[in-house]
Design a protein around this ligand. Structure first.
Ligand code: FAD
Length: 498
């Protein structure tokens, strides 16, 4: 097993491990997979050092922001997958699903009473930083957090991130040192410490979820208080379905990746799997390299040679085909830009946190007459004058995704047709994070704040309402994309909400 990566680890409570305790506790939260997971490796490393068994706790609250059957379903799928994968390894896995808001309070602290060390995932997005801070205040045991977010550890090569170019250059200089250091592929196979016992009082007060309860056939409505107007989709959660999606993408879609970005279909469709942590970016990288008959080991010496010559150029750095390089730029530069920015700027979801030129230009156009203006309900129910905007919104509400390019247009038009930029900001976060399966991610922030000028530059000539922000229009988009089928399909939807 590779040595746990020190630069990915932070110690939040620096106490010595309890010698008399029963187990090592891994609280699985953001990295919802059992492979290539640095936090899991770290927990297993403690099992080896202290000769103690592992307990994996995975719990699901019901009252997190934007909680709804759509998000819940994929998380329950992953828990069911974990029961099946962990049970044969004789590790105590404890899945817990809250059936009423607040019922799970106290579970982590109770389980930590018998733990020598608690290890969990570190993630810069959504509620994870606040959750870690709350846990840190409660726990009276050694508490370590380990991130498995990107190819480069979050704490390596930090610094201001005004643009993707700046990060691309930094990544190109540093990646060769890190690409060889992935977490273990199959960390549970060598486990030998047996199944730990959980106190009966814990099992009685917070009963663990059974396979039957997690199965798709279970009617969520009957059990858990959620926003039921956001129904489940056909997407399944867990690493196995995510791998199947990856295989299909590599075989069928990657060879046309550049063109597919302008089609009204999911390009890889992997953002949901990345968001929930079902897949590690290095797994996607490996599959991508294999499709070009190469591997990390093979290209590493070349990347190391080129590192100091890097000019941050988008094409040519990997030495692979244009389609593959375009995909890797999204997976590496753009994805990691959002995560690093969120990590360094905890207030980046506040209106006004975008660059000052962008705030100023929107301010100076507040009083402009809007050619079209809609209420929150009209936007949510896809009742604007624009069939393309409505189709994109319907796709989001019904299926939990939106074509890549349309996502930008969707955001820009909503801003242009809103009464004021603050209202648009709040509504975009709400719609994106409630309906999109990949929502509530650092890249939700990256995408939405881009609409308002973040990671972009001023554009002329200045326009009404959006001033110097980069403009986009449905008319131009229709010229660039083949949209006939997409418009037919989603504009046929008569009732968006039942
Ligand atoms: C208004 C708006 C909102 C957005 N909200 C989200 C969101 O909630 N969650 C989310 O993951 N992405 C979001 N994005 C970024 C981007 O649109 C999606 O990542 C992409 O459409 C996901 O589809 P895919 O997996 O098929 O992407 P692919 O083109 O196959 O890309 C592969 C991976 O690279 C990353 N990626 C691709 N494009 C971008 C990008 N522009 N910025 C950052 N990372 C990228 C994603 O992790 C993606 O899965 C948003 C963009 C905009 C303009």
């Amino acid at each position: 097993m590779p040595a746990p990566c020190e630069l990915r680890r932070r110690v939040l409570c620096d106490l010595p491990p309890h010698p008399e305790s029963q187990y090592i506790l891994y609280w699985l939260t953001a990295t919802r997979r059992l492979e290539r997971n640095h936090a899991l490796d770290q927990a297993l490393d403690w099992c080896t050092k202290l000769n103690k068994p592992l307990v994996i706790l995975e719990s699901l609250r019901s009252d997190y922001r934007w909680s709804c059957p759509r998000h819940h379903r994929v998380l329950l799928d992953a828990m069911a997958e974990h029961i099946a994968a962990i049970d044969p390894c004789k590790i105590r896995y404890y899945p817990y699903v809250e059936h009423e808001a607040g019922a799970g309070k106290g579970l982590l602290a109770a389980m930590a009473q018998d733990a020598a060390v608690v290890v969990t995932d570190r993630h810069p997005g959504f509620h994870f930083p606040a959750m870690l801070e709350a846990a840190r205040k409660q726990l009276k045991v050694r508490f370590e957090v380990v991130e498995s977010v990107g190819l480069l550890p979050l704490d390596v090569a930090p610094g201001p991130l005004p643009s993707a170019y700046v990060l691309r250059r930094r990544m190109q200089k540093n990646l060769a040192n890190w690409l060889g250091r992935t977490a273990a592929d199959d960390p549970l196979t060598a486990y030998t410490w047996g199944r730990a016992k959980i106190r009966p009082q814990i099992e009685a007060r917070w009963p663990e979820a059974t396979t039957e309860e997690l199965a798709p056939a279970m009617r969520l409505e009957s059990k858990i208080p959620l926003a039921y107007e956001v129904p489940v989709t056909n997407w399944c959660g867990g690493t196995r379905p995510a791998r199947a999606l990856l295989d299909r993408f590599i075989e069928e879609q990657l060879p046309r990746y550049g063109e597919r970005r302008m089609e009204a279909t999911p390009t890889s469709g992997l953002s949901m799997a990345l968001h929930y942590g079902f897949l590690c970016p290095s797994t996607i990288l490996d599959a991508t390299l294999a499709s070009s008959d190469t591997s990390r080991a093979h290209i590493l010496p070349e990347l190391a040679k080129r590192a100091n010559l890097s000019r941050g150029s988008r094409a040519g750095w990997w030495g692979l085909s244009e389609q593959v390089e375009t995909f890797l730029d999204q997976l590496v530069t753009w994805r990691e830009l959002g995560h690093r920015f969120a990590d360094q700027n905890p207030d980046c979801e506040r209106y006004g946190s975008q660059p000052s030129w962008a705030v100023a230009t929107l301010d100076s156009h507040r009083a402009d007459a809007r050619e079209f203006a809609y209420t929150r309900e009209q936007f949510e129910q896809a009742r604007t004058h624009d069939p393309l905007w409505n189709a994109a919104q319907r796709c989001l509400v019904r299926e939990g995704w939106m074509p890549n390019y349309l996502r930008m247009l969707w955001g820009k038009n909503l801003l242009t047709w809103s009464q004021d930029p603050e209202e648009a900001w709040e509504l975009l976060f709400h719609l994106n994070n409630l309906y999109a399966l990949d929502g509530r991610d650092p890249n939700s922030m990256r995408g939405i704040t881009w609409v308002f000028g973040r990671f972009d530059r001023p554009f002329g000539p200045e326009r009404p309402v959006t001033g110097k922000l980069r403009p986009m229009s449905s008319v131009n988009t229709k010229r660039k994309m083949a949209l006939g089928e997409f418009l037919d399909r989603f504009n046929k939807v008569e009732r968006l909400f039942s």
